[in-house]
Design a protein around this ligand. Structure first.
Ligand SMILES: O=C(O)C(=O)C[C@]1(C(=O)O)C=C[C@@H](O)C=C1
Length: 398
């Protein structure tokens, strides 16, 4: 004998993956009810469909058509006579699919559903970094770094991947500033081997090149080669943008420093490869997201923080000692003179703060480790400002 569920209100919307019970939705095709719905499970899955309010779990095995005569305000469920269900009078598949918890945390392991913003055009190194982090992601080009931050904040994309430092050129100051101005979390890092090429229009010879366009970091990374060529350097927003400009202007005396992939995309010739001064030209990118990740200890983690100190002799020594005492390796530390800088503080509102020096530190430990927690507690005793920018798995594969 089947238990009767009454009243049962069901979500008016199309199949909700969170429910885990496609049976619940079988009525969409007009077939019989088969409600094997487990209220406990629905709580666990935290379904976003508010409408699922089954008062009892039922298992009508033999009787596949529970009594729906008392179904409440109907969202497409027709009141029926007796046990007869005539199904929906509307095709509920046409209704928009509700966002589920899965959609919000957005992703399968390979990143197939993730939208990732980066600064530049297709073929930029930042795009390659995004694809390294999420091989099947949808990459979303942005004009400037700040647009990539905003795209995440406005939920237009799930993540942003932005360069933060290069082994030759050093820190990318703009992104350090933006990290403070915005409230995104660092959830990952990507180390990318950057091999620059000199690109030109098809058929052009290297000797014909008089001007070279590229991102200032890329031009700086190829200083020796460009000095030897004696060319005029012209800054662009990104390397792929430089390649696109060469292609679209059609200037035979103008080249671009960019990737081999950019050459392919914009139909240019590679005039010279690996033109960077240092063979080991590595750029480190940060992956930013609205939510932070739960730190683990299953693999090497890094934590990035920023803090300020009172003026005074020995205070920086004291600050660094909180890590040294606990045998925590610093992978990067960077003082930056800032005055003034608008910082988003813990109240989550932008407020003007006037700091002399901001100290950025990356240390090799997870916030899940007591030694990291104690170190920060210790630092907090005398830091005038402290923010954890993120704790994330280290990228150990080049
Ligand atoms: O212009 C690009 O292709 C970028 O991705 C930017 C950028 C940078 O900002 O450092 C990234 C990697 C290279 O170091 C050169 C340029």
């Amino acid at each position: 004998m089947a238990l009767k569920a009454s009243p049962i209100w069901v979500c008016p919307r199309t199949p909700c993956s969170d429910l885990g019970s496609s049976d619940l939705w079988s009525r969409n095709s007009g077939s019989a009810f088969n409600l094997r719905f487990d209220l406990e499970k629905s709580r666990k899955w935290e379904c976003c469909c508010l409408a699922v309010l089954a008062q009892r779990a039922i298992t009508p095995v033999e009787d596949e058509k529970p009594d729906v005569s008392s179904v409440g305000p109907s969202w497409g469920i027709e009141r029926t006579q007796g046990n007869e269900s005539r199904g929906f009078h509307k095709d509920l598949n046409l209704l928009p699919k509700p966002l589920s918890a899965n959609d919000l945390s957005s992703c399968s392991k390979d990143g197939s559903k993730v939208r990732v913003a980066y600064q530049g055009l297709p073929g930029a190194y930042s795009e390659a970094a995004a694809l390294k982090a999420y091989p099947k992601c949808e990459t979303v080009p942005c004009d400037q770094f700040e647009e990539a931050f905003k795209a995440v904040e406005l939920w237009l994309v799930d993540k942003a991947v932005l360069p933060i430092e290069n082994s030759v050129g050093g820190s990318i100051h703009r992104n350090y500033d933006l990290l403070l101005r915005h409230r995104l979390n660092i959830v990952g890092e990507v180390q990318l081997q950057v091999n620059h090429c000199l690109l030109g229009l098809p058929g052009v010879r290297m000797e014909e090149i008089k001007n070279v366009l590229s991102h200032p970091q890329a031009l700086a990374q190829c200083d020796v080669m460009l000095s030897n060529l004696g060319v005029v350097r012209i800054n662009t927003d990104d390397t792929a943008g430089a390649a696109q400009m060469v292609a679209s202007t059609g200037l035979r005396d103008t080249g671009a420093v960019a990737s081999a992939r950019a050459a392919e995309i914009y139909g240019l010739d590679v005039l010279a490869e690996k033109i960077q001064d240092d063979d080991d030209n590595i750029t480190r990118f940060l992956v930013l997201a609205r939510e932070h990740i739960i730190p683990g200890t299953d693999r090497p983690y890094k934590t990035s923080i920023v803090f300020t100190l009172e003026e005074g002799a020995g205070v920086l020594f004291k600050a660094l000692a909180v890590f040294a005492l606990r045998d925590i390796n610093l992978t990067k530390s960077r003082p930056q003179k800032q005055r003034p800088l608008r910082v988003v503080d813990d109240s989550n509102e932008g407020s003007a703060k006037y700091f002399d020096y901001m100290f950025y530190i990356d240390f090799q430990a997870s916030m899940a480790e007591p030694r990291a927690q104690y170190a920060l507690e210790h630092l907090q005793e005398f830091a005038t400002f402290l923010r954890v920018l993120g704790c994330y798995p280290m990228d150990t594969v080049l």
